[in-house]
Design a protein around this ligand. Structure first.
Ligand code: ZN
Ligand code: ZN
Length: 579
């Protein structure tokens, strides 16, 4: 069924003027060649970005640490130019849908590389971009190879650390105060990898004592280089630091390259403002309706935001006991599966059930739930749903956490992370496995899908249309919406910290600590906070558009299955291929 839809949509794009036989031959030729080109592209990508290769699970270049100097940047630009020339030999019209998307993802990646070096220039103003610790931690802690082989690569890579930080110091110019502090904190914090993880790996290994001594000496030099970089940053005379605000031009460009949306940043900002207003009015209406039921004779305040907050606080008390947190999540997964199947919302492959597991030790302390998916080269790895426990938390901490992830929000979290959110999307994207999509996949589509499913489930009656469930859902959705408003306003409109905190606490009903954390994140990142709302809005708007056009013939289940069949591609490309 799905294949006939795909075929129909490919034909309706109407790119081929010639007859069927010619079309097959031509597109077949280009696709075979393009598949080969993609392999070459990835090979060249890993040569240029050995650190990225290692973290993606491709370990051929583990021994290499790229030095972030001018020569390195020239090599990146040359890579982008050469690959762009190769890409230009293909005509996107002659490629199949899968390759059309891969073509666009590669083209966008090449543009991002050039833009990052020539325009954004974060290598000058963001000193936190220089940090070797994470790469070493991955090599020391992941068992993809014997400890001795991993240590031999560590030994070679360690030699380059002093030169790496010398290059960093030569690059940094008028850095932002915020990224300077982050660089100091993260480098000093991360360097424990050489005292803890390295020491225990050396203990486990059968390398000769001479080899071990040599690694230990080079590790000491690496730590000295890291400490030296941190001290250098602390002492840096920086009379004219760059503002952490990216500014309109760079922000718009970054938004286009990173989010790859059919909307501009400004359009998304306008949509987020409108959406917030709409959410507030819906929340106020529900709050009036259920006020007496929950608040009894308490006087309803005339300030509607205050009224909503009082109800949210009241409803948040409805939560599981700390000891029942994990079992509550366990229990919900089969209920979500049943609901999706009963309502025929999307096909869930029964041979790929979600594996729920207790959070592994190295993740301990991150309560809640998250998906761990195997990397693109780990074809046999399992996908897990990690569920944290609150054991060891003090009473106040766990009470505050459980109020946040109360009876209602916990269900929405499971929809988002698991069924039919991230996990379901992953199962579909693995069916059309493409290394390019795994490596360059679109974050706004992936997050947008998970956010979209929250609303879609409620619209289809999940939670029995209880007004309390809807009220809490709207609060949850406000977070995503206000992330976008915050990010855009901070980087384009000079929003002050005071205004930001007021937006998040008064209008999005967040706790002070959450709001402070979000402000910090907005000063350190750009655009990423927009991905959730942008993806959600694009998918939702697209669905509504199709519904309007197709009327009675619109089939929600088919829409979902077809939409996900293209893999983690930007929504605007999926849209073109589906129409
Ligand atoms: Zn409580
Ligand atoms: Zn998510």
């Amino acid at each position: 069924m799905k294949f006939s839809i795909l075929l129909a949509s490919a034909l309706s794009v109407g790119l081929f003027a010639c007859n069927n036989a010619d079309k097959k031959a031509e597109s077949g030729d280009q696709n075979a060649a393009f598949d080969q080109y993609k392999d070459h592209f990835v090979e060249a990508l890993w040569k240029t970005y050995p650190g990225w290769a290692s973290s993606s699970g491709f370990h051929k270049y583990d021994s290499i640490l790229s030095i972030p100097d001018e020569a390195g940047r020239q090599a990146e630009l040359a890579f982008a130019k050469a690959q762009g020339d190769s890409l230009a030999k293909y005509s996107i019209d002659q490629l199949n849908d899968n390759n059309k998307i891969d073509f666009q993802l590669i083209a966008n990646q090449l543009k991002s590389i050039t833009w990052g070096i020539n325009d954004q220039k974060a290598f000058e103003w963001d000193p936190s971009g220089y940090n070797v610790c994470g790469g070493f931690a991955e090599m020391l802690n992941n068992n993809y190879d014997s400890v001795d082989n991993r240590l031999r690569n560590v030994a070679l890579r360690l030699k380059a650390v002093p030169a790496y930080y010398e290059a960093a110091k030569a690059n940094v110019k008028n850095p932002t105060v915020e990224h300077t502090q982050l660089a100091i904190d993260q480098n000093l914090g991360g360097s424990s990898v050489f005292t803890n993880d390295l020491v225990s790996a050396l203990k486990d290994s059968k390398l000769s004592q001479a080899e071990k001594d040599s690694i230990t000496a080079d590790a000491a030099r690496a730590v000295a280089a890291i400490n030296g970089y941190a001290s250098w940053l602390k002492a840096l005379k920086n009379d004219h630091p760059r503002s952490f605000r990216l500014g309109k031009d760079l922000y718009n460009q970054k938004f286009d390259l990173e989010i790859q949306s059919g909307y501009t940043a400004e359009q998304i900002y306008a949509k987020a403002l409108e959406h917030k207003k709409d959410l507030h009015s819906k929340m106020a209406a529900i709050s009036r309706e259920i006020w007496a039921k929950h608040m009894g004779t308490e006087v309803m305040p005339s300030d509607s935001l205050l009224m909503i907050r009082m109800l949210i606080d009241k409803l948040s008390v409805n939560h599981v006991k700390p000891a029942d947190f994990q079992s509550a999540i366990d229990k919900q997964i089969p209920e979500l599966v049943k609901f999706v199947n009963d309502k025929k919302l999307i096909y869930l492959d029964p041979s790929k059930p979600l594996v729920v597991r207790r959070e592994p030790d190295y993740m301990a302390g991150v309560a809640g739930a998250s998906i761990s998916a195997p990397g693109p080269y780990d074809t046999l790895g399992n996908t897990y749903y990690n569920v944290g426990s609150l054991s060891g938390w003090d009473a106040a901490q766990s009470e505050s956490y459980l109020r946040e992830y109360n009876h209602y929000i916990l269900q929405i979290l499971n929809i988002h992370e698991a069924i039919p959110g991230h996990y379901t999307q992953l199962v579909y994207s693995n069916k059309s496995k493409s290394l390019i999509k795994s490596l360059l996949g679109n974050g706004a589509m992936v997050e947008g899908w998970a956010v979209y499913t929250e609303r879609m489930m409620l619209e289809n009656g999940y939670g029995n249309n209880e007004p309390e469930m809807w009220l809490m859902y709207y609060k949850w959705n406000l977070r995503t919406t206000c992330n976008t408003i915050l990010d855009y306003s901070v980087h384009n409109l000079d929003m002050t910290k005071e205004d930001a905190l007021s937006l998040l606490t008064k209008e999005a009903f967040q706790q002070q600590a959450e709001a402070e954390g979000k402000w910090k994140r907005a000063t350190l990142s750009q655009v990423q906070l927009c991905s959730y709302f942008t993806g959600y809005k694009e998918i939702y708007d697209f669905r509504e558009e199709l519904k309007q056009k197709e009327g009675d013939k619109f089939d929600l289940k088919k829409f979902h299955e077809t939409f996900l069949s293209y893999g983690s591609a930007p929504v605007k490309f999926i849209k073109t291929l589906m129409q």
